[in-house]
Structures are given as structure tokens and as C-alpha cells.
Design a protein around this ligand. Structure first.
Ligand SMILES: [Fe+2]
Length: 251
């Protein structure tokens, strides 16, 4: 089955969690500095070519098909810099030549991604497609990063901002994103119903999803400390996420 990290989450107890997560955050600041100085992260005065394959916006609260864009009215786009502020890193890479792409090689080496595989999902190769993609859409987190490089098609990743509002991240061919450990998120195909992604991981992959709420997990606590709390301290704006009708459940 495609994306086994997104199938129904077993409610594992924290005692079973033995995977270190601190390494992710230890290197986070350093990685951000490196990325900002690289050609893959453009300065504010330059056009950011990532936006041709990666876009983000606040979602409406409609119950219509999850594969629709779900823009608010008026639209509220979110910059890739803002996404980085909540831990979502992104690149534009060469999806036609990923085997020889130096930028991908550098990312893999710098972040220790030793594992790679591919998953393709579309109605033709996913049994019970309509039902199964709904299971992908359940909010969850992982105790490790989720790293995806879209090499064909397109899809959406939805992530929570610091006020618990949903941000939809559209990922097209050539877009690569990293969702940090401990961040609540969900996945869906878009209306084109086709995507092929490269999955990367440090060491042997563990795709276990933890359905919300799993706020007691160390990875969740570290995520809140590393991104949400700091981001909240750095902004005077307290945005009410009333459009979703879902108040913060951080407890
Ligand atoms: Fe996930």
C-alpha cells in the first residue's frame, strides 16, 4: 500500500518510542543558515523559483472534497519563508535528473539521508482508492522528519501553523519538502489524482503515524519548543483561527 506511514495509526504508547529526535533540532538552525546562503533559498529581492513548484495558502473550512484547493476568500497565501519558520523546509530540484542532481546529493549528505525509495499513487495502482486516500488525510505526526521529493504529478501536504490553523502546501514535480518531527500534518492527492514521490530517511525507515492527539510524545514537545513557542514569542500578531472552527488543542 502506498505511503504506509499514512495508514491508520496505531496508538503506540510513549514507552515504545525509542528513537532519538533531538538530532533533528540540534542541526536545524545550522541547516537553515546554510540554506539561506545557498542558491536554493533566494533572497527577498530575488524571485524565488521554488514558488513554481511549491505554494502554500491558508485553508477554508469547507467539507468539500479534500482534493480541491480549499482557498479562503479572499485568498491568503503563505510564504515559503514563513513555512521555514515553523520548520517546513523546501527546495526546487531537478526531477528529471535526480540520479545525478548535485543539489539533491548535497541535501542527502548534509542531513544524512541514507535511505531512498519511491511511491506512486493513482487510482490505477491503489486499491479502494477513494476510501484509502481518506485514510491518508487523517491528522498525525511522526517522531522523525517526513521527507518527500515529488518527481511526477502533484499533491498537497497540510500543516498546522503556530495558531493551529491549516496551511495547505501544494507540491508539484520538482518540489521537495521536509516536515519536522512532531508537526501535525496530513496528506492528500489533488484533483489530478496522480503523484510519484521519492521518500528519504536517515537509516532504516520508520513511517509510523501517530494520530492526533499525541502531545505527550517527546518529538511533539521538542517541536513545540523549537518552533511554535519561539515563533509565538517573535510575533505580536495573535491570529484567531476561527475560519477552521478548530481551536488549539495543544493543551
Ligand atoms: Fe505523515
Amino acid at each position: 500500500m502506498y505511503l504506509p506511514d499514512l495508514v491508520v495509526a496505531p496508538l503506540l504508547e510513549v514507552d515504545n518510542v525509542v528513537h532519538a529526535t533531538t538530532r533533528i533540532y540540534e542541526s536545524q538552525e545550522q541547516n537553515l543558515v546554510q540554506l539561506k546562503s545557498s542558491k536554493m533559498q533566494m533572497g527577498s529581492t530575488e524571485k524565488d523559483d521554488r514558488e513554481e513548484v511549491l505554494q502554500a495558502w491558508y485553508m477554508d473550512d469547507s467539507d468539500e472534497d479534500q482534493r480541491l484547493p480549499h482557498h479562503r476568500n479572499p485568498m491568503e497565501f503563505v510564504s515559503l519563508e514563513k513555512l521555514a519558520g515553523i520548520g517546513v523546509l523546501s527546495w526546487r530540484l531537478d526531477a528529471d535528473n535526480y540520479e545525478t542532481d548535485d543539489d539533491l546529493k548535497k541535501i542527502r549528505e548534509s542531513r544524512g539521508y541514507s535511505y531512498t525509495d519511491f511511491r506512486e499513487v493513482c487510482p490505477e495502482n491503489l486499491p479502494n482508492y477513494e476510501k484509502t486516500i481518506k485514510t491518508f488525510f487523517r491528522e498525525h505526526l511522526h517522531i522523525d522528519e517526513e521527507i518527500r521529493f515529488c518527481v511526477a504529478g502533484s499533491c498537497y501536504y497540510d500543516v498546522r501553523d503556530i495558531n493551529d490553523c491549516w496551511i495547505r502546501v501544494m507540491v508539484k514535480k520538482g518540489g521537495m519538502i521536509i516536515l519536522p518531527a512532531g508537526m501535525y500534518h496530513r496528506f492528500t492527492l489533488d484533483a489530478n489524482n496522480h503523484v510519484k514521490v521519492m521518500r528519504l530517511f536517515v537509516g532504516d525507515p520508520i513511517w509510523t503515524p501517530y494520530s492526533r492527539p499525541h502531545d505527550h510524545l517527546p518529538a511533539r514537545k521538542e517541536y513545540l519548543e523549537s518552533f511554535v513557542h519561539k515563533a509565538a514569542e517573535n510575533t505580536l500578531e495573535e491570529k484567531n483561527c476561527s475560519v477552521t472552527g478548530k481551536a488549539s488543542r495543544e493543551g
